[in-house]
Design a binder for this molecule. Structure first.
Ligand code: TXA
Ligand code: MG
Length: 319
């Protein structure tokens, strides 16, 4: 299992050489850790799918160092794209737009649409610049499992499938980017994430249409399986205090402690952003601790919790 290396100018140069040679490098972003490869090298991108055990139909995000580099991968750059990039880049927003012909099809699951994002984490930006290429990077976890928010999570989950793990500390957002598709005449929310939809609509001055794959649809749209973002330990949303199963359980609560005796209660933050920052780290920790089940108090229904709701519902989905 590779030992994470502290991100320094030297280790970043080393990582860039691995990427230029077609290898895989895990690196920190402000959302979650990414599993990176040269986005323009079809064989390298292929290695990402093998390492994650991810179906080829599930498209990857290209991480870029600038709006210019994003444009070089796309056929159009509409006004909505410019507005959103001006407001949120570098940062946790992915824009999905028609891809340029030279971008390998394997990157987009043959869709013709490419997700691009300029990450804000300085290590991610330095790495893209050092490699001199856009980096294809899904979250650095095996398919359907929990996303990593520390370098140790990556080492535990991916093992030897990755040549080098750059350690840039814990991720500031701790939840994935918001994914928005910009179509002529309609801008769609494909995945709720670190940036609330409301803020995006405020910048655009018009509504964003919900188009994310429902958690009850087994034939979900690309990359958003109904079960996803899940710990190994069975997780349930705790709506019914009487319904907790036997065995050693852990309860994540916000404001209603300990629904049953004999289980461990963990208080989570009452703010959506703070909650999101801690959620995956907490679930990783509970997985390691070997509980029989995890019950999570359903968070408030208000819009700023949309991304947390989405992840919890997928984590709780039986598959
Ligand atoms: O925060 C993030 O977005 C992290 C960091 C590493 O940047 N990346 C990430 O990638 O979460 P991944 O592959 O685990 O999830 C990306 C999701 C896909 O599952 C899919 O739902 C959507 O973004 N997506 C990406 N490209 C798309 C496309 N061309 N069409 C439709 N959906 C797309
Ligand atoms: Mg992922």
């Amino acid at each position: 299992m590779p030992i994470p290396e502290l991100a320094t100018p030297e280790s970043i140069q080393h990582a860039a050489r691995i990427l230029r040679d077609g290898g895989l490098v895990a690196f920190p972003t402000e959302t979650v850790y990414g599993l990176g490869a040269n986005a323009l090298d079809a064989d390298a991108v292929e290695r990402i799918y093998s390492a994650k055990g991810r179906p080829r139909s599930s498209p990857l995000i290209a991480h870029v160092d600038s709006i210019e580099q994003a444009k070089s991968l796309l056929v159009t750059w509409p006004e909505d794209a410019q507005k959103l990039a001006d407001a949120f880049w570098p940062g946790p927003l992915t824009l999905v737009l028609p891809k340029a012909a030279h971008v390998p099809d394997v990157l987009t699951g043959g869709l013709g649409w490419l997700g691009v994002r300029q990450p804000a984490h300085p290590v991610a930006l330095e790495l893209i610049r050092a490699a001199g290429k856009p980096l294809a990077a899904p979250s650095a976890n095996p398919f359907m499992q929990l996303s990593p928010t520390t370098a140790e999570h990556v080492a535990r989950g991916m093992g030897d499938a990755v040549a080098l793990i750059l350690d840039g500390g814990a991720c500031a957002f701790g939840i994935e980017s918001t994914v928005v598709r910009i179509k002529p005449g309609e801008t769609q929310l494909l995945r709720p994430g670190a940036i609330p939809k409301l803020l995006i609509e405020r910048v655009l001055g018009h509504p964003v249409v919900d188009a994310q794959a429902p958690t009850d649809d087994v034939h979900a749209s690309p990359g958003q399986h109904p079960r996803h973002y899940a710990p190994r330990t069975p997780l349930m949303l705790w709506r019914n205090v009487q319904g907790l199963p036997p065995g050693r359980g852990a309860v994540l609560f916000i404001d209603v402690p300990s629904p049953a005796s004999g289980c461990d209660s963990i208080q989570m933050p009452s703010g959506a952003e703070q909650y999101a920052r801690q959620l995956y780290a907490e679930l990783h920790r509970l997985d390691e601790a070997g509980y029989d089940w995890i019950a999570v108090q359903t968070p408030p229904a208000s819009p700023e919790w949309a991304a947390v709701h989405d992840r919890l519902q997928r984590a709780a989905h039986p598959g």
